[in-house]
Design a protein around this ligand. Structure first.
Ligand code: ADP
Length: 399
């Protein structure tokens, strides 16, 4: 079976053609510079083949057409006809309160995604463009929307409400939503399988640590809390995002430097985080680790801050869950950063987290990294959001 997974951004579009049963990816790639000129990079893993083509992409429709053409290309194609694409699954950023799970795309679904644009002003319009481009180029092909926010919709009001006047919640839907939900769902589900399949009451904390980072506290398979909020700016300091700060910091900067709210938010989203703490060295953790190893104190501070805040979140989520059975690391840094994992866990011995230094050397593979005696089991579980999207799509389309 072939599910085409699409992640459409404002000027880019990532795709994978995969089998939801095995997770095998027959082709994947990226359309870039949509609206400017247009470039397609296409990879066929089985042949170790990669091709880049400059193709005009004034809109997302041309980008989708280019993807479909290369999927059936004589040289780089992996299917002989588009009939072999069973369905399309789209990553959609914001599902608001409407979407507690994935859904088949129809007019009502598109309208609901449109209604969520004020909550996801950068991503939802792009996601919709991806959906509409597929409708245009592949009329009648079943499509499914998978939301970044949906997994977190099981949070209780005490976790999702902000302590601000109720009218902003009731009229404007301002609350914690949380993101990376597809990753948190995939990884916490896998953790439950690895912990013996018993999910009832299983207490799991998932640390999705990448360029964007978030944690979730999951009990019995259901999200109880998560670190991102109304937007993906909240929670941990990230590659270029500040994470949680006192709102008065923004007010001070706006007043003193004559910045608009949008300009200030852009600074907090794009020029902050570990990039800022390292005095501009990098948002990439490999560069920060290399800098710190050479004695750069700002790089060390950036790493220390990131690890310290992650550790604090784990402590608070263990308290929120009333205990902890399983701690999971995933995404770029979580899967590939033994030093970061070790530093995060160093102060968690008091609650029964004990890493095995040898096991913790793992990079990119699923592995238990705690000692046999550790009360809390610590796992590295590579995330696979595309597979989760493909599986939801196949299931909802009855494939
Ligand atoms: P996103 O999907 O949010 O863009 P990723 O999950 O791909 O991000 O994570 C990217 C981050 O993972 C990079 O900042 C990089 O520092 C980190 N990373 C990737 N490989 C390694 C590695 N081998 N060691 C340390 N960090 C790594």
């Amino acid at each position: 079976m072939n599910i085409l997974v699409i992640n459409a951004g404002s000027s880019s579009l990532k795709y994978q053609l995969m089998d939801p049963a095995t997770g095998a990816v027959s082709a994947k790639g990226l359309c870039e510079r949509i609206g400017l000129d247009g470039r397609l990079t296409h990879k066929v893993p089985a042949k170790d083949a990669k091709v880049t083509r400059d193709i005009p992409m004034p809109t997302h429709s041309e980008a989708i057409s280019a993807v479909l053409e290369i999927l059936v290309d004589a040289e780089y194609g992996v299917i002989s006809s588009l009939d072999e694409v069973d369905a399309v699954g789209h990553r959609v950023l914001h599902g608001g309160v409407k979407f507690v799970e994935s859904c088949i795309i129809n007019e009502a679904c598109k309208e609901a995604i449109r209604e969520c644009i004020p909550l996801g002003p950068l991503h939802n319009p792009a996601n919709l463009k991806g959906i509409e481009a597929c409708e245009q180029v592949m009329p009648g092909k079943p499509q499914v929307a998978v939301f970044d926010t949906a997994f977190h919709m099981t949070m209780a009001p005490k976790a999702y409400r902000y302590a601000i006047p109720t009218e902003y919640y009731e009229n404007d839907h301002l609350r914690r939503y949380g993101f990376h939900g597809t990753s948190h769902r995939f990884v916490s589900k896998r953790a439950a399988e690895l912990m013996g399949g018993q999910t009832e009451d299983l207490k799991v904390i998932v640390c999705h640590l990448g360029n964007g980072s978030s944690l979730s506290a999951v009990k019995g398979g259901k999200c109880q809390d998560t670190s991102m909020g109304l937007s993906p700016l909240a929670g941990l300091p990230m590659g270029t995002r500040s994470g949680d700060i006192d709102t008065c910091v923004a007010q001070f900067i706006m007043n003193k430097y004559g910045m608009s709210a949008d300009e200030c938010l852009s600074m907090l989203n794009k020029k902050s985080g570990v990039l800022a703490l390292s005095n501009g060295v990098s948002s990439d953790f490999r560069d920060l680790e290399a800098g710190a190893a050479k004695g750069d104190e700002a790089c060390q501070l950036a790493l220390d801050k990131f690890r310290y805040e992650t550790c604090k979140y784990i402590g608070s989520y263990a308290a929120a869950l009333g205990g902890l059975d399983c701690l999971v690391f995933t995404a770029g840094v979580g899967e590939n950063g033994p030093e970061t994992r070790a530093e995060i866990c160093k102060n968690l011995a008091f609650m029964g987290v004990e890493l095995d230094p040898q096991r913790n050397l793992v990079r990119g593979d699923e592995a238990l990294i705690s000692t046999d005696d550790s009360k809390v089991k610590v796992w590295v579980i590579p995330t696979n959001e595309e597979l989760m999207i493909a599986q939801d799509t196949a299931e909802l389309c009855g494939k």
